[in-house]
Design a binder for this molecule. Sequence first.
Ligand code: AMP
Length: 467
Amino acid sequence: MSDQPASASAPVQPDEQEAAVQRSFRELGLDSWLEDALRSLSIKQPSEIQQACIPRILAGKDVIGSATTGSGKTAAFALPILQKLAEDPFGIFALVITPTRELAFQIAEQFRVLGAGVNLKQSVVVGGLDMMTQALELSRRPHVIVATPGRLVDHIKSSTDAVNLKRLKFLVLDEADRLLDETFADDLAVILDQLPKKRQTLLVSATMTDEIKELNFSAQEDRKPFVYECNARFDTVEKLDQRYVFISSTVRDAYLAHLIRTSFESKTMIIFTGKCRTAERLRIMLRELGLRSTALHAQMSQADRLGSLAKFKGGIVPILIATDVGSRGLDIPTVQVVLNYELPADATDYIHRVGRTARAGRGGQSVALVTQHDINVLLNIETKTGRKMEELPVTENDVLEILNEVALAQRVANMHLTDNDFGSRRKINREKTGEIPAHKRGKRRKDDEHVSASGGSGHKKTKVKAA
Ligand code: AMP
């Protein structure tokens, strides 16, 4: 592959020749201390996106990179940033922006492990956690900040010298298609305003839009970004077995319970729902049915969200019930099954959801509960992914047998939500504890509270301009 296709209008796809020439991390230009750090993670050979992007980033190029879920995108940008940082260490060297809080922690963890050899100082700046602690960390000028947009803007607005990004060398937009959607436009504009024009900008996602691929951050022709696209734009992973179960919506919960008890018994799985309330309701219902699960949604406190994720990651509970706050980027290698309790309206969300399994070359399975009302959504997903889903056979009589038991569990769950005034109490608590800054009360939160996380084309987009 040559450097020529760096034109924004001609994305590079790995050709057969490049795929055949497997280069080592050293041959991509990385120092031996980074190779050692990778070895400690049992990572020996660069993935395709790493092969293509690491040399370009080291050479100073802006990069727009897209590759299927779980293909090593984080290391593709973290490794060259760390190498450049080691050559000339100062803070604040790099800013990584990501749409969800859990993803911010996950990215920071990869930086921590890979950057152990250079005494990396880093800071995670996300909503839902104490502003003062974060402000103190920021005042110590970490080398790398990993942030969600809303909270970073809160700090920027809190005082003129709260976050000094003027010497920054790298800006990374992880899940760039999501971040460049209109939801984040105002916050990103504030952040971009703080950054120097001379910097490298790196955009990564598993789903890139044509508009993003055509972005040019620089007015100079010779600074056109290197655009890398591995496989088609909306590919799901080859090793993912994608199924659906055709159901009537009135018995959705019974099918869910039946599948967990039979086809997916003892499997580690994520169940995706559209709403926080549904996630919470299912958690209680499954508990009543003797099935252990934990939840992840925006109506939980950040401490509970992190605790819940830790329990799931650590194998203490086998089922995570999540809204789309968990659909992007989360890397939990043990996940064997993704179950879409409801299909997301947007096919992009579907791709990210099922991308939580079959990661880094492993296999995995996804199942969608589909009613007669979801046929068009299903067809749309199949068109976008270019893959036909097969039906998973389920014996209806087996489901009918557990209807009464499930109905009882449903009643307990509904009563629990009503008794605890689900939703309103949480909001009051967040306001009391200062989790929602005063200037944002009454407004919709900008980071990671959205049920539909993708957003199609036609929205107002942020312009990522630099020099
Ligand atoms: P990501 O796409 O960045 O979320 O990475 C998905 C998973 O792949 C993570 O668990 C990484 O540690 C792992 N990974 C990253 N690079 C490689 C590689 N070159 N070979 C094997 N696994 C990798």
